[in-house]
Unconditional design. Structure first.
Length: 408
């Protein structure tokens, strides 16, 4: 019998011994003896006594208190199946202070597990819900890359074109860097100097970021000869999209990606700290102090629900947004080693050149997420957190092993 269930035809005294049963084999023997020999006697004298009522209330109270404080169930769990095992794993992590976020598992288009653990803000005044959106970190880089391939499919650009063809106010290095270099992080551009930008104390805008890129005088290496993972790449790709489409990037995103592919759970916020905090999971540290940085660069303030990210990854892998050829361009790394990132993060193919997994990790401030889609199994695992513990890979892998019967 599941710990979440009590059979209705048990008598109060039987319930009493069921509660005590885990104390040992001897108690189970006593319970059996009483059940077999004194059932009618106990029913006659205990069924309507205060003792019987108290035991019934005790059991009812115990069952109604199963949910942990600070969690909101979206899929009630019964039995010892996959959902129950995932639930045990995640509740333990929450109890140990190692999880504050939303978890989603979808198989063959059906949600098999969805649950929120913990709080939506540092003040602990609101619990997370499945409708809450989280910052997605580097997963945002998929969107300008996909937009570029949409324009490529319309023959509005070539991957060998130089950045300066579409962004005319770049330094001389703009004539050396191709669109392909920007996609594969082989441009030679350095990392964005976030510390310098934030040191002013003001809210960073898109103009500030572009001016920062324009101030770069020298590339770190000759384009195409090496790899350097930098936010300069997606920022310049956004500029290319804007100048070709004659729309701001958020306008392009809404018109050509979010609306046509029904992704309302993905949004771009105007500012951080958020002015509109509705359905937003706010990021905070282990002491529940919320992140304090200031940002007004809308094209970098992506936020998403777990369900919307599942849909995005699934639609990409089934070539609904861009063609298979375009997707393979975005899956290609500078080199196949694990430490290199493709525009889509990490896309794994088998020896028959069939997609096995698309995974992308993202992190900014105390937000951290990992989205994994396994195409052969039509399986999505989404881990979104707003209190960073640097364990999203571990959590995702443990869930994967439970689903595949590798973890008991």
């Amino acid at each position: 019998m599941s710990s979440y269930q009590v059979k209705k035809n048990y008598y109060p005294v039987q319930i009493f011994f069921l509660i005590l049963a885990p104390l040992g084999r001897q108690m189970r023997n006593v319970k059996s003896l009483i059940f077999n020999k004194t059932k009618n006697h106990m029913l006659k004298h205990c069924k309507y006594t205060t003792f019987g009522v108290l035991i019934t209330l005790l059991v009812t109270s115990n069952l109604s208190g199963q949910n942990l404080k600070g969690t909101t169930d979206q899929t009630p769990v019964a039995g010892q199946g996959i959902k129950a095992k995932i639930d045990v794993l995640l509740k333990k992590k929450y109890q140990d202070g190692k999880l504050n976020g939303n978890i989603l598992v979808v198989k063959n288009g059906k949600t098999i597990y969805e649950k929120s653990f913990g709080y939506a803000n540092g003040s602990k005044s609101a619990l997370l819900t499945k409708k809450d959106k989280f910052g997605i970190g580097s997963v945002y880089k998929e969107f300008p890359a996909v937009a570029i391939m949409q324009l490529y499919e319309k023959k509005q650009l070539k991957l060998e074109d130089k950045a300066s063809q579409y962004i005319t106010d770049l330094p001389d290095w703009g004539a050396k860097i191709s669109i392909k270099n920007l996609l594969q992080y082989t441009s030679g551009l350095p990392k964005v100097g976030w510390r310098t930008l934030f040191s002013s104390g003001k809210s960073i805008t898109e103009k500030d970021l572009f001016a920062h890129i324009q101030s770069i005088k020298k590339l770190r290496f000759e384009p195409g000869s090496d790899y350097l993972y930098t936010n300069c790449s997606p920022l310049l790709l956004m500029k290319v999209v804007e100048n070709i489409a004659r729309l701001t990037f958020d306008q392009y995103l809404t018109k050509h990606i979010l609306k046509p592919f029904n992704l309302p759970g993905i949004v771009l916020k105007n500012h951080y700290p958020y002015q509109d905090k509705s359905s937003m999971a706010l990021p905070f540290n282990s002491s529940f102090v919320e992140d304090k940085y200031k940002m007004s660069a809308k094209s970098l303030l992506f936020a998403a629900t777990a369900q919307s990210l599942h849909q995005w990854f699934r639609k990409l892998s089934h070539f609904e947004v861009i063609s298979e050829r375009s997707l393979r361009h975005l899956a290609k790394k500078y080199q196949p080693a694990a430490q290199f990132q493709a525009p889509l993060g990490n896309v794994i193919y088998d020896d028959k050149n069939k997609e096995v997994e698309h995974a992308h990790h993202g992190s900014n401030g105390n937000y951290e997420c990992l989205v994994r889609y396994f195409k052969p199994a039509d399986l999505s695992i989404v881990v979104l957190t707003n209190q960073k513990h640097r364990n999203v890979h571990h959590i995702s892998q443990e869930i994967y092993e439970i689903i595949n019967g590798q973890k008991k």
